[in-house]
Design a protein around this ligand. Structure first.
Ligand code: NA7
Length: 496
């Protein structure tokens, strides 16, 4: 670091995958004055919260790994949740991230004024920061179904992201509402334990089979001996996702045709009963909803103690579920596999940018950012994995590393004194949103289904172009798209 560089004060909100990454990379860049405010007592984000039976990552483990911390020890092609949690804890300890985390401290308010952020926490502390980095995750706020009588159920009832491990499911009658990726991981596990499992499906999802290969000790030794083998595995996965899945979902005809037919063929060959197959056949394009990756779900649905219910739910009663035919299904336990509210982002914290504008006000008409990370009017504030970041079924770690590099480049300019405040121009955000909308119209996500990929207006919050294009566009910040300014700092007491 040169003598003339300034050292920014940084507040990172959230100690999940992106918060850990940012801390490591900021420190490597010589930025030491930082704190991670973590509302719970543990790091890990998604992997701390989701502990349901069968929880795993549907992106191959060697790809769902920081590029600077490869892990030869992954036990399976798709790692289990507890293994991923252990990985993040290990990495965080190795890089001293734990020292930067203040646990059980949530952000109450986060207000911008004149080049500084005033951050107030649940512990009554105040931080003055030059930069705030929101590492608050995408799929973090559980979505509860709006079904009549939900609260009246007298048995155990919980959302998948709030799994109640004190409830013994052995020999029980269990109902599960929802058939997305989460449910598809849970069903094969519960089927082995419970007396009867009823799966309530509102809409079928497309599914792509993939064997969860177990790495032998010999495989792991080969990875340990030669990390290049891990890179080769990663590159193979990346190639498959970039050249096949991403192209298939972003509208390229041939990959889409091949992919669709593979999903259809698998359904045809793995589900013998035509009635069941019909129930499991979606009427929208493959990839419109996130594709389920599993070779366990269809077999589990065909076991004797499992019933797939597709007639819809009329209401929930103290004893169970009344379906749309008026039939009551009694349960001991009800599991809500009903997904997440993906566009909550930093909420419910009171975050205000220039002139006291809240995020709700900024996004009143439309969720809009510049390059997924910048909300105009919220200077020196970065949003990791914001709207239009996700690239269909790709690794969010790879995306975060690219975003992290972009942030570091901007901060480097701040450190050199080129500006005190940097804010995306509203017109740059508008043009980014327009370009997203233009690209999205060719994708399968607007293929006639509802999904967590869509915002309140029905527009997908995904990146509609290729991974390569995203990487290239994120390579170097274009300062012409930002307003920059120098500020006269004021004491915190005036800004609060
Ligand atoms: P998803 O993929 O959003 O799935 C939620 C499921 O819950 C889906 O099948 C919904 O049916 C169903 N759902 C939601 N509300 C209701 C009501 N009111 N009644 C009946 N069924 C309902 O969430 P997941 O947790 O499975 O996966 C989220 C992501 O986590 C996943 O994509 C991976 O990236 C990891 P619908 O399809 O809307 O008819």
């Amino acid at each position: 670091m040169s003598q003339t560089q300034r050292d920014p004060k940084v507040v990172i909100i959230g100690a999940g995958m992106t918060g850990i990454l940012m801390t490591i990379k900021l420190r490597e860049a010589g930025i030491r004055d930082l704190v991670i405010l973590e509302k719970t007592d543990r790091i890990g984000g998604t992997w701390r919260e989701n502990t349901y039976p069968g929880v795993a990552c549907d992106v191959a483990a060697h790809m769902y790994t920081y590029s600077f911390e490869l892990n030869p020890e992954w036990s399976h092609r798709y790692a289990h949740g507890d293994e991923i949690q252990t990985y993040f804890e290990k990495v965080a300890r190795k890089y001293g991230v734990m020292d930067a985390v203040s646990f059980n401290e949530s952000v109450d308010h986060c207000h911008y004024h004149n080049g500084k952020w005033d951050v107030g926490t649940s512990k009554g502390r105040r931080f003055e920061a030059d930069f705030v980095i929101n590492c608050t995750g995408i799929l973090h706020h559980p979505a509860y179904p709006n079904i009549k009588g939900l609260d009246s159920f007298e048995g155990a009832k919980f959302h998948t992201a709030r799994w109640d491990h004190s409830v013994d499911l052995a020999g029980k009658r269990v109902g599960i509402i929802g058939t997305g990726s989460t449910s598809a991981q849970i069903v094969p596990e519960l089927q082995k334990k419970v007396q009867k499992l009823t799966v309530f499906q509102r809409t079928p999802h497309w599914l792509f089979p993939s064997e969860n290969y177990r790495y032998s000790e010999q495989d792991k030794q080969r990875f340990r001996d030669k990390p290049e083998r891990i890179w080769r595995t990663r590159r193979t996965n990346e190639f498959f996702l970039q050249q096949f899945i991403t192209k298939a979902v972003t509208g390229q005809k041939l990959p889409n045709f091949i992919f669709s037919n593979l999903c259809k063929a698998y359904l045809r060959f793995s589900v013998g009963d035509p009635e069941l197959r019909k129930k499991l056949t979606p009427d929208y394009r493959v990839g419109c909803k996130r594709i389920i990756i599993s070779n366990q779900y269809y077999p589990a649905l065909q076991k004797e103690n499992v019933e797939l219910h597709t007639d819809g739910i009329r209401e929930i009663t103290p004893k169970g579920v009344i379906d749309n035919n008026g039939v009551e299904h009694e349960f001991d336990v009800l599991v809500l596999a009903t997904g997440f509210n993906p566009v909550s982002y930093m909420r419910p914290m009171d975050m205000r940018g220039e002139n006291g504008q809240t995020i709700d006000e900024a996004w009143e008409k439309k969720i809009a950012t510049y390059r997924s990370m910048f909300m105009p009017g919220f200077p020196n504030n970065f949003l990791m994995l914001g709207p239009n970041t996700p690239i269909g079924n790709y690794s969010v770690i790879a995306m975060s590393e690219v975003q992290c590099g972009y942030i570091l480049k901007l901060m480097e300019r701040w450190r050199k004194g080129e500006f005190d405040a940097i804010d995306a121009k509203p017109e740059a955000a508008q043009s980014f949103v327009a370009r997203m909308k233009d690209g999205l119209k060719n994708t399968v996500w607007v293929g006639g289904c509802s999904s967590w990929y869509l915002d309140g207006d029905g527009d997908p919050i995904l990146w509609p172009y290729t991974w390569k294009q995203w990487e290239e566009e994120m390579e170097e910040p274009n300062l012409a798209d930002f307003n920059t300014s120098q500020c006269e700092p004021e004491p915190l007491s005036k800004t609060a």
